[in-house]
Design a protein around this ligand. Structure first.
Ligand SMILES: [Ca+2]
Length: 324
């Protein structure tokens, strides 16, 4: 175990070095479909560790899910980390119960949000947060399907801002870090299920920079295994979610890669920006080669995925600096 700790210490040193150039905390809005898979829980846990170390400020969480317990699950995790973070949902949709863990987390851990209905409207919350932030300062990380991001882009002026959605995004957002798609081509769930039209709309209207972490990137990064079960206390909702999901058998880290990229720039991946992404109506995507594109890129492997996994596992378990 000592050797493992030493290795993680060295890894975290690299991580700290990578982050030190960034300066101010990254202002993050997370847009998550926390329900069927558990990597969303890992992504949220990472953000809390990063917030504890002033690498990020979590401005809000948008829950893009029709799972009845998704927003209260997020709120329970946030409160475990002693943060009261605004949560937005899509209103007036048919709710279901299908997650392996959101109901249990909502029931076993305390939270302030009473129910799905108690959460803010996602579009309003997006607009409220963005309008209150400095220009070109916000990083939006999407780790689910793009319904609420699309609604933001289509939004009209309101009490928070006289700007339409695309103008507000252009003015306030620095980066969209998107877990979605498959590169250079493929068909990935966040893009095609259940709402490919929103993906088409987002790619068509997005006025700023987007970096995609495609399915192939997180698919090679296995986290949430026995290391997590040993490092986290039993009272942790992060541990409990992974236990309920697959009892620490390990899981791909699609969502966590988008978080890690958002705070580390190009430290762990090469950026492929020689072209642009095309989305078909069915949500499949492909990359059209072309000149260097300042607005679009996708992550390409640079660091061994097993090393990335160690960094993500560390961040998921609250480890950021080498104090052991
Ligand atoms: Ca997700």
């Amino acid at each position: 175990m000592k050797i493992k700790f030493l290795f993680i210490a060295l890894t975290i040193f690299v991580l700290s070095t990578s982050f030190s150039a960034i300066g101010q905390p990254v202002r993050v809005i997370l847009d998550t479909d926390i329900d069927s898979d558990v990597d969303d829980v890992g992504a949220i846990a990472m953000l809390h560790t990063l917030a504890n170390n002033k690498v990020v400020t979590i401005l809000g969480v948008i829950v893009t899910s029709d799972d009845k317990y998704a927003p209260t699950c997020v709120d329970a995790i946030n409160h475990y980390f002693k943060r009261n973070i605004p949560i937005g949902v899509q209103k007036n949709i048919q709710l279901k119960e299908f997650s392996k863990y959101t109901k249990q987390i909502s029931e076993e851990f305390s939270h302030k949000l009473r129910s799905y209905e108690d959460a803010d409207d996602a579009t309003e919350l997006y607009r409220k947060i963005l309008s209150s932030q400095p220009d070109k300062s916000v990083t939006i990380i999407t780790i689910g399907h793009l319904t609420n991001l699309s609604l933001l882009l289509n939004s009209k002026p309101d009490k928070y801002s006289p700007l339409i959605g695309t103008e507000l995004v252009e003015k306030k957002v620095k980066l969209w870090s998107c877990m979605g798609g498959q590169f250079p081509e493929g068909k990935e769930a966040n893009f095609y299920r259940p709402d490919p039209q929103s993906t088409v709309n987002c790619l068509e209207k997005w006025p700023g920079k987007v970096v995609f972490s495609g399915w192939e990137t997180g698919n090679k990064v296995i986290t949430g295994g026995t290391y997590l079960s040993k490092m986290l206390p039993e009272k942790s909702p992060v541990r409990r979610a992974y236990q309920l999901y697959n009892d620490f058998k390990g899981r791909q880290s699609w969502d966590q890669t988008s978080v890690l990229f958002a705070v580390s720039s190009a430290a762990y991946w090469d950026l492929k920006n020689d072209g642009y992404c095309v989305i078909e109506k069915d949500g499949s995507n492909h990359w059209i080669p072309g000149p260097a594109n300042p607005k679009q890129a996708y992550l390409a492997e640079k660091v061994n995925p097993a090393e990335i996994a160690k960094i993500i596992d560390a961040l998921m378990t609250g480890i950021y600096t080498p104090e052991f």
